[in-house]
Design a protein around this ligand. Sequence first.
Ligand code: NAD
Ligand code: ZN
Length: 357
Amino acid sequence: MHKNFKNNEKVCYGRGAFGNLESILSEQRNGGFFVFVVDHYFQGKELEQRLPATADDVVRFIDVDPHEPTTDQIDALRDEILASKGIPAGIIGIGGGSIMDIAKATSLMFTNEGSSTLYQGLNLIKKPGIYHLGVPTISGTGAEVSMTAVLTGPEKKLGLKCDWTVFNQVILDPELIATVPTDKWFYTGMDTYIHCVESENGILNNAFSHAYAEQAMKLCRDVYLNDAAGQTAENDDKLMVASLMGGLSLTYSEVGVCHALSYGLSKILETKHCYANCIAFQHLGDYYPQGVAEFNKMIQKHQIVLPQGLSKEWTDETITAMAKVAYNLPHMWRHAIGEDWQQKLSLQDIEALYRRM
Ligand code: NAD
Ligand code: ZN
């Protein structure tokens, strides 16, 4: 069967688009209450005053820096709200990939019983979730458009992946990403760039995924490489669109070597997704020569310093553990290397890729 993916139902884009949140939500309230999960960066900032929350709504500011979203965190949030107030009319996630994944996952867990660990994987969710709306405040992961909500559980780091995961509505307001610090702006934006490079370079690439990747990469070059590169309003407008298009490109194709290695780094060493991608990608010139060359120019242009010689600190056990995580992502290797990837690549070869870092 060909890929058959659901897209966001509604997208509202443009400077100041966040101002539409109240009227958009008013159509969904139906006498109920909403849950707002908001990146803690915005606590005490102007955006807090602009939240269209009533006294009956629940507003939670969440610090996403200690760890990426976990199954325990989602279960606890769901249980607590159900016990105190019952089922909400909807959940709104305002933040980066972490907050958007929390909103997506919790929306599903309000209607699906038991722990979210039961549903990590493809199409394991039994019932549609509640209404969920995403507002990205940092751009690059494509979480605003993807059909997965990535969670770290006791056994695996894997998404709740199904048609119902996709947001009912997203609001893309480039004004909201203006305050992102330069290092995070770079790492998260590079997730988009790497999504495109990997989507393009593999057997699943097709005219549909290519069209999105080509455009998203062009936008990334404006934002990170060309003469007018940098954190400007015009570039923020572009980056927000690039993130969405990069996400769509990989949805219709696949990610590859860098993401497979990145998953190993995240699972075993808890390295953040976008940063882990950057750590791995710089060493993959033999797989993605053009992409890595351009990436290195962007690194120089923005004076980003990535750690070197990390693998010297890693034990053989750590490297093997990461390589096993990566090896267990056959869809990525198959896309990047071909149907016969297992003949071309061994666990030891993947360990050698980690030893480059
Ligand atoms: P994030 O949500 O982890 O946030 C990164 C940092 O940026 C945090 O410190 C946050 O406080 C800060 N921040 C966010 N917006 C800000 C703003 N406007 N101003 C100042 N600071 C701001 O960032 P991310 O890189 O977007 O997301 C990474 C997460 O996304 C990981 O958990 C990863 O697993 C997940 N992910 C999901 C998908 C998907 O398809 N669902 C894809 C890739 C990654
Ligand atoms: Zn990614």
